[in-house]
Design a protein around this ligand. Structure first.
Ligand code: UDX
Length: 458
């Protein structure tokens, strides 16, 4: 079968895998290949046990794999054979040298650019999918356009806005597709080629275009704004706890202002995930680089409030449990950074578990999808943490449950039975405000929500 378009994606992670599966599903006329340097990851994509958990992903991959969606480790061949190349490699925060802890580590990115240059025998459109610092496309162009043999590269920025846990829905019905390009004849043509792919299923008014730098910056700013809302409501949750107000009532009232809107106003133990912190730190680094200290400081505080909220949660636990956690069993319900994913990157649960261990608590971790990741996050604590999938057994004998991820399954458990199996007095710290607090209190628990007055029996 001949395909109209041949698409490659370098990087088979949380973004590359689902995005390419969606393109393959919606564009049967395109052949889509996803490559990665990690052979185990590719083997998993080719198996019945996909390397990531995402609702709806299994079905999508099953319908397209080996039809017009292929997973392979042959990067070199992939570059040679395809005309449109998405780059979706990871760009973690730099852990060394200049900008350590803030700037993005671009080594995978640059290596990929050099591979594209080395193995390309025909012209290509190269699309930035990973979140990158602004002006990375410029660096990419500089690396790529240094050959004189008539092979040309057009670099586009096409940031991914999907959220984990809802990736398939977000990909199928995106709020917008953003394509940034150069305003040259070639740039505009490349942009049209990419827009045509999305036009197979995305309404035209949702496909928007801009300059490359605006597109790169828009991704950072979107994530910064989302994270800022969470830090804003979390800051208010601290005040609510002192002022005997209820943060859920406050956020409902505030969110009904149509200018503000109701989403992303849930107080919590803080945001996690691979993007928010990384992108804000990137933004902060960028502002500092341009000498905009006040602007950098403003955004940096979104991250500081997030750290504060996690520490505050642990302190609230300590305060409630008579200022000592030593030797007390504490069961963590949820380790993933949010529900419906097994991803634990930057999960507040990691920080909270470590802090509780520092206080010499006996920690039991429970999560329906993230136990494997939790084990590796806490690998250095081996022997000090127990991992139990079933939340009811996990809580047995513990003095407290700390609910850290808003998995639906926690709402419908038999709290009477759980209460009876626990050490007394038993505590629930609901870091997501999803349980029926009054019911838990009536059963006998001391209940500590976020941003609401606690319900205690003493
Ligand atoms: C985010 C962006 O939403 C997405 O557009 C971007 O492409 C990648 O980063 P993701 O990290 O998958 O997506 O998750 P998101 O749903 O945004 O949640 C991030 C964190 O904020 C989670 O830890 C979540 O639990 C927390 N959160 C979210 C809150 O604490 N309160 C809220 O009201 C909403």
């Amino acid at each position: 079968m001949t395909f109209e378009k041949k698409i490659l994606c370098i990087g088979a992670g949380y973004v590359g895998g689902p995005t390419m599966a969606m393109i393959a599903a919606k564009c049967p006329h395109c052949r889509v290949t996803v490559v990665d340097i990690n052979p185990e990851r590719i083997a998993a994509w080719n198996s019945d046990d996909l390397p990531i958990y995402e609702p709806g992903l299994d079905e999508l991959v099953r319908a397209t794999r080996n039809r017009n969606l292929f997973f392979s480790t042959e990067i070199e061949r992939g570059i040679r054979e395809n005309d449109i190349i998405f780059v979706s490699v990871n760009t973690p925060t730099k852990s060394f040298g200049l900008g350590a802890g803030m700037a993005a580590d671009l080594q995978h990115w640059e290596k990929t650019a050099r591979q594209i240059l080395e193995f390309s025998e025909t012209s290509k459109i190269v699309i930035e999918k990973s979140t990158l610092p602004v002006k990375t496309a410029l660096a990419m162009e500089r690396i790529l356009n240094c050959r004189q043999n008539g092979v040309c590269f057009d670099v586009l920025s096409n940031p991914e806005f999907l959220a984990e846990g809802t990736a398939i829905r977000d990909l199928e019905r995106p709020d917008r597709i953003l394509i940034g390009s150069r305003n040259t004849e070639r740039g505009l043509k490349a942009r049209q080629t990419l827009a045509d792919i999305y036009a197979s299923w995305v309404p035209p008014e949702r496909i928007i275009t801009s300059g490359i730098w605006s597109s790169e910056l828009s991704k950072l700013v979107s994530n910064a704004f989302l994270a800022q809302r969470i830090s804003s409501i979390n800051a208010i949750s601290a005040l609510c706890e002192k002022a005997e107000a209820d943060v859920v009532e406050v956020s409902r009232a505030v969110g009904m202002d149509s200018r503000i809107g109701p989403k992303f106003l849930n107080a919590s133990i803080g945001f996690g995930g691979s993007c928010f912190k990384k992108d804000i730190l990137n933004l902060v680094y960028l502002c500092r680089y341009y000498g905009l200290e006040e602007v950098a400081h403003y955004w940096e505080n979104v991250v500081k409030i997030n750290d504060y909220q996690q520490e505050r949660f642990v302190r609230n636990m300590m305060g409630a449990m008579f200022n000592t956690l030593a030797g007390k069993g504490i069961c963590l319900w949820g380790f993933a950074f949010k529900a419906n994913t097994g991803d634990t990157r930057e999960s507040p649960a990691i920080f909270i578990a470590r802090r509780l261990l520092e206080e010499q608590a006996e920690v039991v971790v429970s999560d329906p999808k993230a136990l494997q990741n939790a084990r590796s996050d806490l690998a250095d604590m081996e022997g000090r943490v127990r991992f139990v999938e079933d939340p009811v057994s996990a809580a047995e004998g513990c003095h407290a449950i700390a609910l850290l991820t808003e998995w639906d399954l926690y709402r419908g458990l038999d709290f009477q039975k759980i209460f009876q199996s626990m050490g007394q007095p038993a505590f629930i710290f609901d870091g997501r405000n999803i349980l029926d607090h009054q019911r838990c209190f009536d059963i006998g628990f001391n209940v500590y929500p976020v941003g609401k007055p606690p319900l205690r029996h003493f």
